[in-house]
Write a protein that binds this ligand. Structure first.
Ligand SMILES: CC(C)(COP(=O)(O)OP(=O)(O)OC[C@H]1O[C@@H](n2cnc3c(N)ncnc32)[C@H](O)[C@@H]1OP(=O)(O)O)[C@@H](O)C(=O)NCCC(=O)NCCS
Length: 168
């Protein structure tokens, strides 16, 4: 899948499925953007396992953003127990600093969520976000996510996480 889009700042970007050739670029965006980093094989496995919901954004052929998903089966994060569901998990999402605030992150999220549902049959989606990450929380709320619980000291540096989720 590949489609051409235009940001409100006239930057043309395209969204397409990630391939194994993108892993180096994805790792560098991850290291620039987030304290939570992962080894090469971790990205590789997710590209192979969840390719149809794993997307990158490109500007003039340069990869400038990614969304790394996972599909899981387990108890619902939203519905009362015992609801066993197929759920999407946004493991990591980031856009290079100079390309933020242009709609790229929002589009990556839209594409991945719709394919979590259409290609993997996921009924809901969830993610963890640092309680201090206002920009990301605002993006997720704009896309219909709600805070469902707080995980105390979830991050290595001790910060708490919000678990946010929505139906698909
Ligand atoms: C979170 C992130 C992926 C958003 O990507 P992005 O391309 O900037 O997002 P968009 O341009 O699509 O913005 C979507 C919404 O996010 C919010 N947002 C984005 N940039 C913002 C900013 N600088 N200030 C305030 N809100 C902002 C707004 O709600 C925006 O909607 P609006 O433009 O209608 O106001 C990006 O900021 C990023 O890579 N941050 C560092 C890594 C990170 O925190 N990842 C998430 C970890 S859980």
């Amino acid at each position: 899948m590949w489609s051409e889009l235009q940001t409100d700042k006239e930057v043309q970007f395209s969204i397409r499925n990630a391939t194994l050739n993108d892993v180096e670029d994805i790792m560098s965006i991850n290291r620039i953007s987030l304290p939570e980093n992962y080894p090469y094989y971790f990205f590789q496995e997710h590209v192979v396992e969840y390719a149809r919901a794993f997307f990158v954004a490109e500007v003039k052929g340069e990869v400038v953003g990614y969304i790394m998903p996972r599909i899981e089966s387990g108890f619902s994060v939203i519905r009362s127990f015992p609801n066993f569901v197929k759920k999407g998990h946004v493991v990591s999402i980031a856009v290079l600093p100079s390309y933020r605030g242009m709609g790229i992150g929002g589009n990556l999220l839209d594409y991945s969520l719709s394919h979590m549902k259409s290609d993997y049959g996921a009924q809901e989606v969830y993610l963890e976000v640092r309680v201090s990450n206002d920009v990301a929380i605002r993006l997720y709320e704009k896309k219909g996510f709600k805070k469902v619980r707080t995980l105390k000291h979830y991050y290595m540096d001790g910060e708490d996480a919000f678990v946010m989720a929505r139906e698909l």
